[in-house]
Design a protein around this ligand. Structure first.
Ligand code: ZN
Ligand code: ZN
Length: 173
């Protein structure tokens, strides 16, 4: 899921939680956004550059590799460890940070599931033929044509299936 979508959904959740959490609501909100800093840190280490622009370009590829080492803060083990620490130390701050992380990761899990389903059904419907070059491929990629808000987000009409080459090209336009 894109950062701007996370930002929008997290802000909505924060608005709902605000009456209970009062001013502390910014803690889970910030946590749910800054969890993605692990992507940047991984890119900085592996590609030996602190450039945020280069990192953004890397993750804006048509089909960026989903490496677990680039998503360290999203990892169930790290989240479990944080939960253990939060319970152990009875830290409200840690608990709120964890709530933000979990909100973000739940959205990611839901998103990946929806996208996987769309890719399978649309590929089968297209008989594994790329919409652009009309050649047959064993594995097509899902391309978002229109980023619809909320409930309409995973409407099949907003997606097409393309071969890796045509997909890369679609992102360069
Ligand atoms: Zn193609
Ligand atoms: Zn795409």
């Amino acid at each position: 899921m894109r950062t701007q979508e996370h930002l929008k959904l997290s802000s909505m959740a924060a608005l709902i939680a605000a009456p209970w959490l009062k001013t502390a609501v910014w803690i889970p909100l910030a946590a749910s956004i800054f969890i993605d800093v692990d992507h940047y840190l991984w890119h900085a280490l592996v590609h030996r550059t602190l450039s945020l622009k280069a990192a953004l370009r890397y993750f804006a590829q048509a089909d960026p590799p989903q490496l677990p080492e680039a998503r360290l803060l999203h990892h169930p083990l790290v989240l479990g460890l944080l939960l253990w620490l939060a319970v152990r130390t009875r830290s409200r701050l840690l608990g709120l940070i964890l709530a933000g992380f979990l909100f973000h990761v739940s959205l990611d899990v839901f998103h990946v599931k929806q996208m996987g389903h769309l890719k399978r059904t649309l590929s089968a419907q297209a008989k594994h033929i790329c919409l652009q070059c009309e050649q047959q491929f064993a594995a097509l990629q899902l391309h978002t044509v229109y980023y619809a808000p909320l409930l309409d987000r995973y409407n099949p009409q907003h997606f097409v299936v393309l071969c890796p080459t045509c997909h890369e090209r679609a992102h360069q336009i």
